[in-house]
Design a binder for this molecule. Structure first.
Ligand SMILES: NC(=O)c1ccc[n+]([C@@H]2O[C@H](COP(=O)([O-])OP(=O)(O)OC[C@H]3O[C@@H](n4cnc5c(N)ncnc54)[C@H](OP(=O)(O)O)[C@@H]3O)[C@@H](O)[C@H]2O)c1
Length: 256
């Protein structure tokens, strides 16, 4: 496809931003979304400098009307949406299960789960009526496939995204819409800095990772671009994990 139209939520930082830049370099038309107008406009300028047609639409994915507006503005500008990357996410309020509150639940699930569902809803609305369908990629995590202490809400929300993806993949398949997950392991972004909190903790994490390093946002962007492309034309309902080997097993005996 000459210039596919890509839509990315939570695109102003980290993995979302790296994916927007990668798609811009590849010549795509890029719709970036987030909650900060000024930063969004600056990103559009940066993507324009890379040669892309780009547009920012302000949207908080927790709110149906804002997601609806995002999708409608994208179609108004570019006529279609070929790839949607539902990247917006939050670590919410990590803490022990004994301290879970309704507010902490909402702080995590409203963005990660409700936001993914609302995005899917409006993306499907467009992709079902356009020729060629489309590709949706949802953002889960290694936290969506295994447990971590003091993270029940985030772990639960990221597991939910994998289940939602499988169900949506079955609905989308007859209409040419593929739905997959990218599941990064620890990746060098602001979220990783916040969750780990210090160089000492990051060093401890690195020491147990099989590759002894966290991933880079650009490495996740490559996986999104693969799932969004025709190279993955027969891939749907799947999770592509980028974790440097974390989930392959426990490196109890250090590799020689
Ligand atoms: N970094 C990792 O180790 C890692 C590992 C596995 C999965 N992930 C997932 O990867 C995705 C990207 O995270 P990241 O690592 O790049 O961290 P990040 O830099 O914190 O990016 C998250 C982005 O989502 C946006 N966002 C949060 N709540 C939103 C909402 N309600 N509506 C719209 N945008 C919202 C944030 O914008 P605001 O400034 O407005 O909050 C931010 O730009 C997330 O889904 C995360 O769970 C990250």
């Amino acid at each position: 496809m000459a210039s596919p139209v890509i839509l990315i939520t939570g695109a102003l930082t980290g993995i979302g931003r790296a994916t927007a830049v990668a798609y811009a370099r590849a010549g795509a038309n890029v719709v970036v979304s987030g909650r900060h107008q000024d930063r969004g406009e600056r990103l559009v300028e940066e993507l324009g400098d890379l040669g892309a047609q780009a547009q920012f639409v302000k949207a908080d994915v927790r709110f149906d009307a804002e997601v609806e507006n995002l999708i409608d503005r994208a179609v108004e500008r570019f006529g279609r949406i070929d790839v949607a990357y539902n990247n917006a996410g939050t670590e919410g309020s990590p803490g022990p299960v004994t301290e879970v509150t309704g507010e902490a639940y909402e702080a995590t699930f409203d963005t990660n789960v409700r936001g993914t569902l609302l995005s899917l809803k409006h993306e499907f609305r467009v992709m079902r009526r356009q020729e060629g369908g489309g590709s949706v990629i949802n953002a889960s995590s290694t936290y969506g496939q295994m447990g971590f202490p003091d993270s029940t809400l985030y772990v639960g929300s990221k597991h939910a995204i994998i289940g939602i993806t499988k169900a949506a993949a079955l609905e989308g398949a007859p209409h040419g819409i593929r739905v997959n997950v990218v599941a990064p392991g620890f990746t060098q972004t602001a979220m990783y800095e916040r969750v780990t909190g210090s160089d000492a903790v990051r060093g401890a994490v690195n020491s147990v990772l099989p590759m002894h390093r966290a991933g880079r946002p650009e490495e996740v962007a490559e996986a999104v671009m693969f799932l969004g492309s025709d190279k993955a034309a027969y891939v749907t309902g799947q999770t592509l994990t980028l974790d440097g080997g974390l989930m392959a097993g426990w490196p109890l005996f250090p590799a020689a």
